[in-house]
Design a protein around this ligand. Structure first.
Ligand code: UD1
Length: 431
């Protein structure tokens, strides 16, 4: 039997939970750390499948990685073999393509397997390619590899068709080592874009405007070593906020940047929760049935698409009719089938889900269709009457460190099981 989570629902979550470093920032920062020959120390590194896959791939091409405990790494990329990167791990993660921006910047040449990642839509990379082309690189896709090469990288003025996080990050990295100034217009403003810019600047880059629509980058000849701490994970924090609200709990989510959580807090307040913010924590208290509301996912500072499955799961049992509109990815409602199995009344029509709040969910055997939807289904299990099993949890482990353990520490009845007898034991324990 493959590993799965088994959950007995209806226990309010109470207590405190520590949020780890941001996965999506870590992926960009790790790739960027290969751009200097000097040593880089990175703290608050999350220990998850995606970041570990990228670290392993970096090791495979000659980057020296030293772990200093679970959440700290030292990286030295002076001995890179700049060869095609196409191992099985890298094909699974989305951010593999950040190595193109990084290595193109440093060596003017990069070959990396076409990225994988969650199946939440087509996820084209035309904006990345447009950016590399504008900087003077030739890019082609052959035999499953993206190949980028340039004699000289030259600064350019790039207008993104959409505020793509990945394209902004990739172009920003390559532009750091181009001749002259690059301007990225309609740039993504997500917290991890800003974190990458801060990291690049800590290595001697000249990036201005990250966090606004226009990022200006003046190329430098070389980048130097750095000592850097990754920001807390906005989406992990948001997921625990939702889990607290979902279970009528009272949870203090620590080591967060409350500003990054404002769109999530605002929705939870509309739904009837109390949110108490302090410098680096938010407390979520829910004491009565949640009230339905409408949600539309948008680039930052709008409501994050990576929180859409979680909030829809909560709205499924909130009073009234809620409409959730997904405006970033076209295939991000695949988890609705599992919620329906648990009793939800949700109809998906093109990019919107029409959610008729039901009184309750009931436990069922369900499957995580992708990372964030997987987390949402665990939350559904925490809300449901009786037992729920969630399989395909390797998706969840891509982006959540110790998810089950953190939930257990808040009083959730959840365990990771790998065989039938452990599953039965859990059922007997909580029968
Ligand atoms: C990143 C995040 C992901 C998050 C998403 C939106 C990482 C590793 N992943 O993904 O968790 O859900 O931002 O916040 O940080 N697009 C194009 N052409 C391109 C690039 C993007 O059409 O060249 C489209 C995409 O299909 C999508 C939209 O633009 O519809 C936004 O995608 P983007 O912001 O690039 O998302 P990712 O960087 O893939």
């Amino acid at each position: 039997m493959e590993e799965k989570y088994v959950i007995k629902g209806k226990n309010p979550l109470v207590g405190e939970v520590e949020i780890g470093g941001a996965k999506n920032a870590a992926l960009a920062i790790l790739a960027a750390a290969t751009m200097t020959d000097e040593t880089v120390h990175i703290d608050n590194m999350p220990d998850e499948r995606d970041t570990n896959a990228l670290l392993k791939t970096m090791e495979d091409i000659g980057v020296i990685i030293k772990r200093n405990g679970r959440h700290s790494v030292t990286i030295n990329a002076s001995q890179i073999r700049n060869e095609p990167i196409e191992n099985d791990q890298i094909k699974k993660i989305r951010a593999s393509y950040y190595l193109i921006g990084a290595l193109l910047g440093k060596y003017h040449k990069a070959e990396v397997a076409i990225p994988g990642g969650c199946e939440i839509g087509l996820r084209p990379i035309d904006q990345h390619i447009k950016g590399f082309n504008a900087l003077g690189a030739r890019v082609c896709i052959e035999h499953g590899l993206i190949k980028a090469e340039a004699e000289h990288l030259v600064g350019s003025h790039i207008y993104l068709d959409m505020a793509s996080v990945g394209a902004t990050i990739n172009i920003m990295m390559a532009a750091c080592m181009a001749d002259g100034q690059t301007i990225i217009e309609n740039a993504a403003k997500e917290p991890h874009v800003v974190d990458l810019a801060s990291f690049l600047n800590s290595m001697g880059a000249n990036v201005k405007g990250a966090g606004t629509d226009i990022i200006r980058i003046k190329g430098v000849n070389r980048l130097h070593g750095s000592d850097y701490t990754i920001i807390p994970d906005q989406i992990e924090a948001g997921t625990f906020m939702m889990a607290a609200a979902a279970t009528m709990g009272d949870v203090t989510i620590k080591n967060v940047i409350p500003k990054h959580l404002e769109s999530i807090s605002a929705k939870l307040i509309e739904m009837g929760c109390q949110i108490h913010e302090s410098d680096d924590a938010v407390r979520v208290v829910a004491s009565k049935r949640l009230v339905g509301t409408h949600v539309k996912t948008l680039p930052y500072p709008g409501f994050p698409t990576d929180m859409q499955p979680q909030i829809t799961t909560l709205l499924g049992v909130a009073s009234g009719v809620s409409i959730v509109t997904e405006s970033i990815f076209e295939n991000r409602f695949r988890y609705v089938e599992a919620l329906t199995k648990m009793g939800a009344n949700i109809k998906v029509e093109s990019s919107s889900a029409i959610v008729n709040g039901v009184e309750r969910y009931t436990g069922a055997d369900i499957s995580a269709p992708d990372l964030r939807a997987g987390a949402a289904l665990v939350i559904a299990g925490l809300m449901a009457e009786g037992f729920t099993t969630v399989d395909n949890i390797e998706y969840i482990e891509r982006g959540y460190e110790n998810f089950d353990e953190k939930l257990r520490n808040l009083g959730a009845q959840i365990e990771k099981v790998a065989d039938d007898s452990s599953l039965q034991k859990f059922r007997l324990k909580y029968a």
